[in-house]
Design a protein around this ligand. Structure first.
Ligand code: NAP
Ligand code: F7E
Length: 324
């Protein structure tokens, strides 16, 4: 039986990846940082099938102990401070979690067993003010937030450990991916949650920032499959994972409100406080390498993704109303 260890298992991607690996017959262990409250909202359905270990990306000795205890064949490093606006509020902490945390975990792997296959969650935010359209594995980075800068460091330290210590370490340069488990502060979920609440009479208006931003959005369930595929290859590598289609935030609003028969323009108001100090205006990925080498193709379209998210939020908000 193969064993996988996941950091960030309580997050959107961690929960989807745990679902996928359990389906494939893996023993799945997850790292959670200590908290005084329950963090298992997304993995509640898995708690009797996975192992949970406490450790923190800020504390290398805790990582060494858990890796030694679990002895995984594959380690997926998904833990990070992942909300871009928060990275301006806490730039140093973002660097500690999202950048140096990766050195700590790579070093823990090197110490315990350098044969463990390692996945690093790199991000399209590294492309920032884009140097090429569409973006590929060779497009130069120009990050536009402390988060993007931290991810660029994390990406290169992973490449460096691969080259220095001959480790099977791969980076997935994932473009935005969403789903019903997405955190509610991210724009897709903020919109679909508001659509459900407005439709059911619990909210009137939705405040957003930059409606012109363009993103290449996909479904998280499709994207975690790419992570797994990278670690099944004989040789490690870096892959862009993207849908190859781009939409504005405005189009996302139109589609989500339209799905329940509402006119987005009646409900959305812009608030300049939600604009970022430096914006990533436009991202569009070219996943040809992943398609050709990994055989990866996304299955859920943007339209299906938005409908899926609105429908899930409608079910949840209806349930909350019934329980109130
Ligand atoms: P998410 O929902 O925000 O989950 C982040 C996870 O990291 C949570 O489980 C969180 O645990 C954990 N974490 C944060 N700080 C930690 C620490 N100090 N020690 C241990 N764990 C810590 O993010 P996601 O959307 O699943 O994304 C997964 C990874 O992919 C992240 O690295 C993100 O930056 C990257 N990424 C995401 C996207 C995307 O569009 N979703 C695209 C490219 C790259 P708590 O529950 O304790 O907060
Ligand atoms: O913003 C605009 C905002 O916060 C998308 C993370 O998973 O993907 C994510 O980062 C766009 C931006 O995601 C609001 O200005 C407008 O242009 O959903 P988001 P993100 O910043 O692209 C990358 C790939 C990651 O790696 C990150 O971890 O939407 N926008 N109005 C807004 N965004 C938010 N959050 N809230 C608004 O009200």
């Amino acid at each position: 039986m193969r064993t996988a260890l996941i950091t960030g298992i309580t997050g959107q991607d961690g929960s989807h990846l745990a679902d996928l690996l359990l389906d494939k017959g893996y023993r799945v262990a997850g790292i959670v940082r200590r908290s005084s409250v329950d963090q298992s909202e997304r993995i509640g359905h898995l708690l009797n099938r996975i192992e949970i270990h406490q450790a923190d990306l800020l504390d290398e000795s805790s990582l060494v102990k858990v890796i030694d205890r679990v002895r995984p064949h594959e380690l997926y490093n998904l833990g990070a401070m992942s909300f871009v606006p928060a990275s301006w509020e806490q730039p140093v902490l973002t660097g500690e979690f999202t950048a140096l945390g990766v050195t700590r975990i790579l070093d823990a792997v090197r110490i315990i067993d350098p044969n463990i296959r390692f996945y690093q969650a790199s991000s399209s935010e590294m492309f920032g003010r884009v140097r090429q359209v569409p973006q590929t594995e060779t497009t130069p980075f120009y990050p536009r937030s402390p988060y993007g800068v931290a991810k660029a460091y994390a990406h290169w330290i992973t490449v460096n450990y691969r080259e220095s210590y001959d480790m099977h370490a791969s980076c997935g340069i994932l473009f935005n991916h969403e789903g019903p488990r997405r955190g509610r502060e991210f724009v897709s979920r903020k919109i679909t949650d508001a659509v459900a609440r407005i439709k059911l009479g619990k909210q009137q208006k939705l405040e957003l920032g930059n409606l012109d931003a363009r993103r290449d959005w996909g479904y998280a369930g499709d994207y975690v499959r790419a992570m797994w595929l990278m670690l099944q290859q004989d040789t490690p590598g870096d892959y862009v994972i993207a849908s190859g289609r781009q939409h504005t935030v405005r189009e996302l609003c139109e589609l989500a409100f339209g799905h329940v028969g509402l006119d987005w323009q009646q409900h959305v108001v812009t608030n300049t406080n939600l604009l970022r100090p430096a914006e990533v205006d436009s991202l569009l990925g070219d996943a040809s390498l992943a398609r050709e080498t990994l055989g990866w193709v996304p299955e859920v379209s943007f339209e299906q993704l938005v409908s899926m998210m609105v429908d899930a939020d409608l079910v949840r908000v209806r349930r909350e109303i019934a329980q109130a």
